[in-house]
Design a protein around this ligand. Structure first.
Ligand code: SF4
Length: 230
């Protein structure tokens, strides 16, 4: 199976009844400011370079962001932060991503979702996270070029660690703890190392309060590039 086939298959998944109801009802009711626009209202596949060395693991699509546009980290403030940082790091063809089909090309990087459907209050349940974990494992297996993973927030960090452990990767013990700038070296079954770096999620809760600044996010991308270039 190819990555493109996986991306197409995930958009048809209906394994989580609560999320199916939510993603579809949000798409039907819409936000007033997007009333004239079509909403995707389905699982949102990951997006970016199929031969990425850098994977950016988020949380889940936003109800009026990815769930509207059909593309991860598109059409919301978190996406604005991520794509602007990728552009500054020289990995994006443009500094923003407003709609699927806007011409964005990501080089070397891919945004990856541990949960592919928009959840109420941006909070998937543990059961929903487990249900989606199989998609994450299959995706990581299909990108052997990955060398660095950036986990945006504690949930992404945990999902990555449990996902790769389930694939037979070696994870340091005791289990590495999430923090902004935290690092861990994971090892694929063939012995190849993959670095995991933690970053606060660029949610408005973090960016409005100054918990995450542009400089802090740029430093995470710089560190990822430094690892890649060694
Ligand atoms: Fe399927 Fe994942 Fe969406 Fe659940 S969250 S319905 S497992 S794609």
């Amino acid at each position: 199976r190819t990555l493109a086939e996986l991306d197409a298959r995930v958009t048809k998944c209906r394994a989580c009844p609560r999320l199916v109801d939510w993603r579809e009802s949000v798409a039907k009711d819409k936000r007033a400011s997007f009333a004239g626009e079509p909403y995707w209202g389905r699982p949102v596949s990951s997006f970016g370079d199929p031969q990425a060395w850098l994977g950016i693991i988020g949380l889940a699509p936003a109800a009026h962001g990815g769930n509207r546009t059909g593309r991860m980290f598109t059409g919301d403030r978190s996406g604005d932060w991520i794509h602007a940082a990728l552009f500054r790091a020289g990995m994006n063809s443009q500094p923003d991503s407003t709609a699927a089909g806007d011409g964005l090309v990501m080089t070397g990087a891919r945004t990856i979702a541990p949960v592919h459907c928009a959840p109420p209050d941006n909070k998937p349940t543990p059961g929903e996270r487990r249900a989606c974990a199989g998609w994450l494992r299959r995706e990581l297996q299909l990108i052997p070029t990955l060398r660095v993973l950036i986990a945006l927030g504690g949930i992404a960090w945990q999902a990555t660690l449990s996902g790769v452990r389930g694939m037979g990767w070696d994870v340091p013990r005791p289990q590495p703890r999430f923090g902004h700038g935290a690092e861990a070296v994971l090892t694929r079954p063939d012995g190849a190392p993959v670095w995991l770096i933690g970053s606060y999620h660029p949610s408005q809760q973090n960016t409005f309060t100054g918990r995450l600044t542009t400089e802090m996010l740029d430093a995470v991308f710089s560190r990822a590039k430094e690892i890649h270039q060694v």
